[in-house]
Design a protein around this ligand. Structure first.
Ligand code: IMP
Length: 222
């Protein structure tokens, strides 16, 4: 019965199992996360807003209405300065309909192929919406970096092989465990997100920042 009492149960409004795993690692053992599908909801979660805030709220509200449970949703995007902040809220659909490119990452590498290093600045931004009881709270996270010139690494997902964060945690050799103390240091080796151990990426990522802020908030209201 101890197991029954130990965790706060939350549905994470995503079908992306990689994101679920990241969130579980970031939030740690005090939380039991599940997907809508694991709760019997397989409908596509709508995402029709023009901002990360609107989409994240839309996804969380959809789960709340359908399943009546405490839940959270994230929406994230990559803002490239050379492209005036694009693809931004449309990051997931960047290459959609463009028959020349089989995926988003390939299109971005092509579009940026002649852009010099100093003009390749970009950031991942995430907004997480938590709906718990009658409360709705949003948390924002930002990871600053640059768009690399080639794919590197096997970890992460999405654009991780071409995103070079400006700073990385100093504990990378041992990975970073939840709750461990680490410091940010300049990413002098130019490692891509996909070359960082999972814990290293989570320590700095836009979603990691949101999740840790959400975890702090949830602990503070207990
Ligand atoms: P969404 O938040 O699931 O709508 O994702 C938006 C887009 O950003 C998708 O194409 C994701 O692959 C990409 N994305 C979001 N977070 C990350 C990340 O941590 N690393 C790499 N790509 C990401």
């Amino acid at each position: 019965m101890i197991g029954y009492l130990c965790c706060m149960k939350l549905i994470f409004a995503t079908a992306n199992l990689h994101k679920l795993q990241e969130a579980s690692e970031i939030l740690g053992p005090g939380f039991e996360l599940s997907t809508p599908a694991a709760n019997g909801l397989t409908d596509e979660i709508p995402e029709t807003g023009n901002t990360l805030e609107a989409n994240s709220l839309q996804k969380a509200s959809f789960i709340r209405e359908r399943l009546g449970a405490d839940c959270f949703a994230d929406d994230s995007g990559l803002e490239v300065d050379f492209l005036d902040g694009a693809p931004g809220v449309y990051t997931a659909r960047y290459a959609a309909g463009d028959v020349r490119f089989k995926d988003n990452l390939e299109k971005l590498l092509f579009v940026m192929k002649d852009v010099p290093w100093e003009k390749r600045t970009a950031r991942f931004r995430a907004v997480v919406t938590l709906i718990i009881g009658n409360e709705v709270k949003q948390f924002e996270g930002v990871l600053e970096g640059r768009i690399g010139t080639e794919r590197k690494g096997q970890g992460g997902f999405g654009y991780d092989p071409i995103f070079i964060p400006n700073e990385i945690p100093d504990l990378l050799g041992n990975d970073v465990m939840p709750g461990e103390t680490w410091h940010l240091v300049p990413n002098t080796a130019g490692l891509a997100n996909a070359e960082l151990p999972e814990g290293g990426k989570n320590a700095i990522s836009h979603r990691g920042q949101c999740m840790r802020a959400m975890a702090e908030y949830l602990k503070s209201r207990k």
